[in-house]
Design a protein around this ligand. Sequence first.
Ligand code: NAD
Length: 435
Amino acid sequence: MSASTLTESDDQKTQPARNLFEQSPTYRMACRQLQLVAQRFDLDPNIIARLLVPKRSMVVSIPVRMDDGRTEVFIGYRVQHSLTSGASKGGLRYHPSVELGEVAALAMWMSWKCGIMNLPFGGAKGGIAVDPAQLSRTELERLTRRFTEEVLTIIGPRVDVMAPDLGTDEQTMAWIMDTYSMKVGYACPEIVTGKPVEIGGCVGRREATGRGVTYCVMEALEQIGVRPEESTAVVQGFGNVGSVTCQELHARGVKIIAVADRFGAIQNPRGLDIPALIRHTSEGRLLRDFPGGEPMDPAELLTMPCTILVPAALERVIHANNARNLRCRILAEAANGPTTPEADLILSDSDIFIIPDVLCNAGGVTVSYFEWVQDIQQFFWDERKVNETLRDLMLRAFHQVVRLAKQREVSMRSAGLLLGIQKVANEKLRRGLFP
Ligand code: NAD
């Protein structure tokens, strides 16, 4: 049995909820992936029992004075899955559907991602259940600063380091850095990554995840023997990761034939003019109003025929009801957890080359690591060094996963998970159990 043979219904039959995380299907999905890899590769059950539950979690209420004088209370989370390999590391997400179990699953995946990339971090994740588009800039600033204050006791440059994720950006990180620095009494850039360059951010960090996705896609194209100029791509999500992936693929000659964001989708079979689309959206206009594309039904986006499909928005968008209809040669999982286990099972019977999320989107945390190192050393790299080192590490991880998949005759997902889980498990084994 491989990690890809898990289904939600199996999960419900065999796994009554044992803790408050398990009410989340995303968390159950992450746990079953871990259990199946552990069973298949005979990993130490005592270590796996420890890895199934996050090390530390905090739920906070965040009262915010709104611009109209009302007080609104939001719920925020920070989950640290593992502190074994070093500080925990992971994004902070602002989205209405954020809940504890989802954050815990994302934290667990961060541990495997750091393991695959061989970074000295454990996994963490945070989030606030909020629609950032409904808040003014000043409300967002108060929300972010109050959240930082609430989780202050469990974060720190050697304890837990946040980064941007869905719905947060460089400005969010700048507010966190400023709030933390005010509390400790000195400028502490290494408390977050993904900050503006002016205050200790790393050149190329904003683009890092999309670049990492592109490096993996280029290797995958080589594996299936297709040239970039002969390829087409469909991208769901046009935020940080999606827009940079489009830009980087476009720059390498790939034709982007459709893109979507939360407000709609557009297509152009001759290829969208990506630089023009980026100018269009950065001027505050909606993607769906771009004159160089035809509006289309977003529900049809993922099943369009293309060489490369890039989900770069939300989890669980490829599921049992649409997986059979995928018409791509490569599935590059830029988002976290975009493919449900049922869909994975269906896809395992196809010849689609899957670049699993834990590998595909690891460019972000990798350059976050570079940023953290530079902040601690107060010695900054240029963009050439950042991009070259990122490319080296991404290619090394990509080929390690491909080799492991071949050696063990398992899927790319199982191989990626095995590599990441094994690294964390070995470290736990070496350190032993306290007391
Ligand atoms: P973002 O907020 O910058 O962009 C998200 C995009 O998804 C937006 O364009 C939004 O409109 C779109 N979107 C939201 N709902 C949608 C829907 N239903 N259909 C189509 N599009 C929709 O977020 P991001 O930082 O680009 O993150 C995207 C994904 O990548 C997330 O899963 C995140 O966890 C993952 N990720 C991000 C990073 C990073 O460095 N930012 C690193 C690793 C993984």
